[in-house]
Design a protein. Structure first.
Length: 463
């Protein structure tokens, strides 16, 4: 590029080009930048986002477009001229195009599909036919394949011919004449062997494959366990349908993590970045769970009403209600978070429920014992300074609080650890057994445990 501006930032250079209104130089400048830097320019200059994408070489524009937030993608696609929109859609890799289209309404998708070239339209409609969040939506039909009887020299000729349009050439797929997958071979194995060697001599027929109906989270685990940059997707008859690449899985993992974190916080998952989500939509996402949790907490009031007579006879018991229920809720939230995270990375499965229960039972016993001892000593110390606060039965009250803490913490850890596994077993998302949900459940049952212990130990004394 002829223009030298070493002392200026990319943003400053872009602003200078806007002032000059030199489209040719702007195009050269944009095509000379890193894709991530151009994406940042788009985000920082919302008034010019459409112009930035439309004034780039189309293959580079597609590379920028696919890493932008969905809300920005929608605006750009809406504002671009139909001809440019068609070029951009056709340039996008099939998997990224499908990922974008599935976020749009049906009528918008129908209009955009019309802009695709016949072959691209066929591929896109095929991918959109798979269930949402399935591997079929992520796979791309752009890959390099060879046959067992090809020589390595012929393999490299195939790569030179078709590699440019492929998602990756790190892995080459070996098919038979029926299109069935026989093996996947890394490019290094071809490089390190002689040109006259045949592909079948390199095959070991040990490959890992996914099915198009598999859940996207399944693919993330398979990638992790097999250390692959791409994994083939095959039909029930082992016909190669496409491949899934690691970059798509990283996007899925990030989206799943964000969604789980939002659900664990007691809100529905957001489809857009927080700051770009309309306030009314944000309200709708949060109010449902908040009402559910509020109704759950009403049961706490009902439980306290049930023990109203005991509270009237020994008002001192009410002093420890926040201590008891918060300890149970906190222990349950800890256990729930740990188990959900372990399930997300594949460390814990449904069949491990008994091992998880045993561990959390012991953990709850140890944690509850520590908190119980601290609670007892707290009452003992306060009694030494203010004997009239707890009266002559201070020790019985201290033991009651200690045992209640022990029971509530054990129950909290068991409930928090088992709920995610139960929901997974029922086919629901474990993340919805969020920390607030577990805390609400343990609040109610914690009161029952506390007053049951008080009734057993204080009957005939305070009650």
């Amino acid at each position: 590029m002829s223009m030298e501006m070493p002392a200026m930032t990319i943003q400053e250079q872009f602003e200078e080009l806007l002032r000059r209104d030199d489209k040719l130089m702007t195009r050269e400048f944009l095509d000379d930048q890193n894709i991530s830097d151009v994406a940042q320019l788009v985000e920082d200059n919302p008034d010019h986002e459409c112009g930035i994408i439309g004034n780039m070489a189309m293959h580079r524009a597609a590379s920028v477009f696919k890493i932008l937030d969905l809300s920005i993608q929608k605006r750009i696609m809406k504002e671009l001229p139909p001809g440019t929109s068609a070029l951009l859609l056709n340039e996008l890799p099939a998997d990224d195009r499908t990922d974008f289209l599935e976020e749009l309404s049906a009528d918008v998708v129908r209009e955009l599909i019309k802009l695709l070239e016949p072959e691209e339209r066929k591929v896109t409609l095929s991918l959109l036919g798979y269930p949402e969040n399935s591997i079929g939506r992520l796979m791309t039909p752009d890959y390099v394949y060879v046959y067992p009887w090809n020589t390595i020299e012929e393999v490299f000729a195939t790569i030179r011919k078709h590699g440019k349009d492929s998602e990756t050439i790190n892995v080459i797929y070996v098919l038979n004449e029926k299109g069935e997958l026989l093996d996947d071979i890394r490019i290094r194995d071809f490089i390190l062997n002689t040109p006259d060697k045949k592909v079948e001599e390199l095959m070991d027929e040990r490959f890992v494959a996914l099915h198009p109906e598999d859940d996207q989270e399944t693919a993330a685990e398979v990638f992790k366990m097999n250390n692959r940059v791409a994994i083939p997707v095959v039909s029930a008859s082992n016909e190669l349908l496409g491949i899934v690449t690691i970059d798509d899985i990283l996007w899925v993992t990030e989206e799943e993590f964000s969604e789980d974190m939002q659900k664990m916080g007691g809100t529905a998952a957001l489809e857009e970045p927080y700051l770009q989500t309309p306030l009314l939509r944000l309200f709708k996402k949060r109010i449902v769970w908040l009402v559910v949790l509020f109704l759950g907490e009403l049961l706490t009031a009902s439980a306290m009403a049930f023990f109203e007579d005991e509270i009237k006879k020994a008002v001192v018991l009410a002093l420890f209600i926040p201590l008891i229920i918060s300890s149970g809720g906190n222990s349950g939230s800890q256990a729930s978070t740990l188990v959900i995270q372990a399930m997300a990375v594949g460390e814990v499965r449904i069949k491990d429920w008994w091992r998880v229960m045993r561990r959390e039972l012991v953990s709850g016993l140890l944690l509850g014992a520590v908190l119980g001892v601290i609670g007892f000593f707290r009452i003992m110390v306060w009694h030494s300074f203010a004997p009239e606060l707890y009266g002559q039965h201070w020790m019985a009250i201290g033991i009651t609080v200690a045992l209640a803490l022990l029971g509530v913490v054990i129950w909290g850890t068991l409930a928090g650890s088992m709920l995610p596994l139960l929901l997974k077993k029922l086919g629901a998302d474990p993340a919805v057994s969020s920390a607030p949900f577990v805390a609400t459940l343990v609040d109610v049952t914690g009161l029952i445990i506390y007053f049951s212990a008080a009734f057993a130990l204080l009957s005939g004394k305070l009650l």
